[in-house]
Write a protein that binds this ligand. Structure first.
Ligand SMILES: Nc1ncnc2c1ncn2[C@@H]1O[C@H](COP(=O)(O)OP(=O)(O)O)[C@@H](O)[C@H]1O
Ligand SMILES: [Mg+2]
Length: 466
């Protein structure tokens, strides 16, 4: 599968030449290697990319905000001037910023695309979630710095890499807007030498060379036509032209050198994570009781489950399994809702219960202070979707009168025996948590995310028990 080489330009400081570098780098790379696909995108809302590269009218099916909604990046690409393709900028990122919290979202989106060649990402002077996404995906990060304070800001970019377990290998400092007229006495002859020394001193690696400050370059985006001109076409006589060429060549060589692209690394990670999820799921599956926890009828057959109405797990995690819808509902009606007669499955009450059960968790536990064998009572709790108690009821286990809960007399017996009884046949300390499952796909409850929710609710309800 193809994997683009991703170059992110980032610094938390504004006005250091990020956008100028990103846009011109795209053009220089294209000029160096006509056949190399170059794709540019920006998470800044300044639309410089669009102004510089759009040929006519917008022609892509979206913009950079669609990179986060599952759109295929291939459909967001617009063919621009100088043979550079770009993804249009967006002025809607602020709304998305509140919802997005995954720094891997862009990497995931790009991993699904057919993008190839080199992708250049321009960012806002901010470590916001979009910048984080651009950093996470990068094979190379260029951090333009123009002075000592902007160098201090790099720290947070390095920290981001460290805290996400990413190698610092991609990171490179690039002195920008270097004023060539300034000369110092002493060991550092000019601002470039000084910045470089600063960087090395902090353990930051640098690109080779720098970008000089040039009035000509500055004038390229301040002209009456409101256009932004590239250095390549309008500033060939400047030192920046030579410097840009040099930077572009380094990036190109870097793209050849990098055997393992970040994107492929990520694809391997994803495959690995999928495998781990799969094996965690299979473990949960193999831990299940085969039969309905109430009536014993076989519900789990290899990886086929059904027809089950409820999933149940004991809080000591000794037992997990499914229960038929009818078995659980009639237990509840009979023992906890005090139904005098048997409620038939076509009774409207049945549907009412089934419907409200979707948004509930149920819990069975020995009532507090009834450890003594003769007084054991059973409490039945109902919690809402968020694990907050809705109601509870405690019943006497009449059957205990004869010191034994008789199998014949109680429909509760098999369930309690399978889940909550200890070796001596009494209710232990654990509780049983139950959750309605989808009748089409009962095993859904064992999927990572659903199971994590179940486990979270298990913890939450346990803190509310007496
Ligand atoms: N090499 C350069 N020489 C002089 N001015 C520059 C140079 N590079 C960028 N500029 C100017 O500096 C300002 C900030 O540049 P820009 O690329 O927008 O920075 P950033 O994206 O980091 O905010 C712009 O006015 C731009 O024209
Ligand atoms: Mg910018």
């Amino acid at each position: 599968m193809s994997a683009p080489y991703i170059v992110t330009i980032s610094s938390e400081k504004g006005g250091v030449g990020k956008t100028t570098l990103a846009t011109n780098l795209a053009i220089y790379l294209k000029a160096l290697h006509e056949d190399l696909p170059i794709t540019l995108l920006s998470f800044d809302n300044h639309f410089s990319v669009d102004q510089m590269f759009r040929i006519n009218r917008p022609s892509a099916q979206g913009d950079v905000s669609n990179l986060f909604d599952g759109s295929n990046p291939d459909n967001l690409i617009e063919i621009g001037e100088y043979g550079v393709q770009f993804i249009p900028s967006s002025n809607q990122l602020h709304t998305l910023r509140r919802e997005l919290d995954d720094p891997a979202a862009l990497t995931r989106a790009l991993a699904k695309s057919g993008l190839d060649g080199i992708v250049i990402i321009d960012t806002r002077p901010d470590l916001d979630i979009f910048t984080q996404n651009a950093l996470y995906a990068a094979d190379r990060v260029i951090v333009p710095v123009k002075d000592a304070p902007s160098m201090d800001n790099c720290r947070r970019i390095y920290d981001f890499f460290d805290s996400h377990g990413l190698s610092r290998r991609p990171l490179r400092i690039l002195p920008c807007l270097v004023d060539g007229r300034i000369h110092y006495d002493g060991p550092f002859r000019d601002p470039y030498q000084l910045l470089k020394a600063y960087a090395i001193n902090r353990g930051y690696r640098c690109m080779e060379g720098y970008i000089a400050k040039s009035p000509k370059v500055e004038s390229l985006n301040t002209n009456p036509e409101g256009k932004i001109y590239p250095v390549l076409t309008h500033g060939r006589q400047t030192a920046v032209h030579v410097q840009m060429t040099h930077i572009a060549r380094q990036i190109y060589l870097g793209s050849l050198d990098t055997e393992v692209r970040r994107m492929n690394e990520y694809r391997v990670d994803m495959a690995q994570a999928r495998k781990e999820h799969q094996s965690a799921y299979e473990t949960r599956l193999s831990d299940l009781e085969i039969g309905c926890l109430v009536c014993g009828k076989t519900l789990v057959n290899k990886d086929q489950i059904g027809p089950a109405g409820y999933f149940a797990q004991s809080s000591d995690q000794r037992i997990s399994g499914f229960i038929e819808e009818e078995c659980f509902t009639s237990l509840v009606f009979r023992y906890f809702y005090g139904a005098k007669r048997t409620i038939e499955t076509h009774d409207p009450i049945w549907d009412l219960f089934r419907e409200s059960a979707q948004r509930s968790y149920f819990l069975l536990q020995r009532a507090p202070h009834t450890r003594n064998f003769y007084q054991q009572k059973l409490s039945f709790y109902r919690f809402d979707d968020d694990g907050l108690e809705v109601s509870h009821k405690t019943i006497e286990l009449q059957e205990f009168e004869k010191r034994l809960l008789s199998k014949e007399r109680s429909e509760l017996y098999p369930l309690l025996e399978r889940t909550l009884f200890d070796d001596q046949g009494r209710l232990g300390d654990a509780f049983l948590l139950l959750r309605k499952v989808s009748s089409d796909l009962p095993e859904e409850i064992l999927y990572d995310q659903n199971f994590a929710t179940f486990a979270r609710i298990m913890t939450k309800v346990s803190t509310q028990l007496p």
